[in-house]
Every structure is written in C-alpha cells, then in structure tokens.
Design a protein around this ligand. Structure first.
Ligand code: SF4
Length: 240
C-alpha cells in the first residue's frame, strides 16, 4: 500500500518519547493560524511511498530508536488510516513503538471499527487540542472541534495512551477561561499521560511567503517565559 507524504525526519526528538523516525503525511483540512507547515495542507501535492519502503528505512535506524520509535505526523495522518494500519502492523512485527501526531479532525464516529483497528497497533496518540469553545476553535482553525473532542473521548474509552498538546500564542490562545476549559476537559480523560504547552514560534512565516499565502500572525511575538509558566500552571498543573 502507498501513502501520500510530505517529508521524513530520521531523528526527531519532539514528537513523542525518545528518538523517533517521523513521517509527515500530506494533506490537512484545518487552517490553524499558527501552522508552521502550510506546505503540508494541499491534498494534491506530496510524494508517494510504500509501507515496505518506510519500514525498510526505519529498520536502518532501529538501533537508535530503541527508546523511541516511529511517529506519523502531518498534515493530518488520519486522512490515511488504512495506510497507517498497514504501516503500524508491520512495525509492531519488529517491536517498534508507534505514535500518531494528530488534530483528530478526521475522526469518523460512523466508522469507529476502522479506528478500532488502528488503535490495536498504535502505542501513543499525540493529540492537539487547539481550543475548547467552538467559536474559539473556528476562529483559530477554520473548523469545528466536535470531531476532535469526540476523538479524545473515544481514546479515553479505549484507554489509549494520549499526550495532549496545546500551542500557546500570545493574544490568541492565552485566554485564561479558554485554557481552564481545556484543562477541565482533560481532567475527564484518565488516559492522558502528559500535557505539553508548545510555545508558538514564527519560523513558518517564510513558507507562507513562498506559497503566496497571507500570514495572519505577522508581528505576533513568541510567548515569554512568564506567559509559558502561566499556561503550564493552568494546563499542566491544573491550578486556577
Ligand atoms: S492541524 Fe496541524 S498541519 Fe493542519 S493546519 Fe493545523 S497545525 Fe497545520
């Protein structure tokens, strides 16, 4: 089976535990204002790669990945669930830790059995919660968060290990009520093992220029240590 991908990072250190082989799949229906990979959005670009080729590449690095594993990120990986199932099934034959880095936007409650099959071979889900309220989520991403919250609940019911990630942007995602609402939602999910606050950075801006897409966050500063600590106090430590 072939997947449609954007790029590969052989030694990733920020997308799950340990050193990881990271496969970035192509295509995402979200339009997060802070996205630093707008080049992964298009459903019509990217390259094709077979499961066999990915597995052979991973095996070359297996000695380095023993405390890490493989993460499939994007773009939005849940756009290619059958590919993920086949890839992860092969990787599990080699006892390799598997993770998905997803927004959850393409979770389909009418096709749960497909996701059940995926979760049988998935060790960890890195789930971005971008906002809790529907209005804030729409403004930030252009999409409703109904599927995302439903996916979080589904993962909780299945007791799949989850790390939650929250991108902190000054003036955009640093509202206290919103962060408290996200934290309260996370508290209903006993399967969450870790909560990470990811400080916004503007490194993607040049990609927008190159693609001819307006960069909505032009001039927005990266969060300072005080703001990061405040967000962690609420989201990670649950202090109000
Ligand atoms: S979900 Fe991820 S890839 Fe898609 S727009 Fe948002 S940040 Fe970018």
């Amino acid at each position: 089976m072939e997947g449609q991908y954007h790029s590969i990072e052989s030694f990733g250190t920020v997308d799950g535990p340990g050193i990881r082989f990271v496969l970035f799949l192509q295509g995402c229906p979200m339009r997060c204002l802070y996205c630093h990979n707008p080049d992964t959005w298009s459903f019509f670009q990217g390259k094709r790669i077979t499961v066999e080729t990915v597995v052979n590449q991973v095996l070359k690095y297996q000695a380095y990945l023993k405390n890490g594993g493989v993460t499939v990120s994007g773009g939005e990986p849940l756009r290619q669930v059958p590919f993920l199932i086949e890839l992860f099934t092969e990787l599990k034959k080699h006892h390799i830790h598997t993770a998905i880095d997803t927004s959850g936007i393409l979770f389909d409650q009418n096709n749960v059995s497909l996701f059940d099959d995926l979760m049988k071979v998935t060790d960890l889900v890195l789930l971005d919660i971008k906002a809790y309220s529907e209005s804030a989520h729409l403004k930030l991403t252009g999409q409703s968060n109904k599927n995302i919250l439903a996916f979080a609940k589904y993962l909780s019911q299945k007791n799949v290990p989850v790390w939650i990630r929250y991108v902190l942007v000054p003036g955009l995602t640093d509202d206290h009520h919103e962060m408290i609402a996200v934290r309260q939602f996370i508290e209903t999910l006993p399967n969450v093992q870790k909560i990470e606050v990811l400080p916004y950075h503007s490194m993607g801006e040049k990609k927008y220029e190159a693609l001819g897409i307006r960069y909505a966050l032009k001039g927005v500063k990266e969060p300072d240590e005080t703001l990061i600590a405040e967000a962690e106090r609420i989201l990670v430590y649950g202090k109000r």
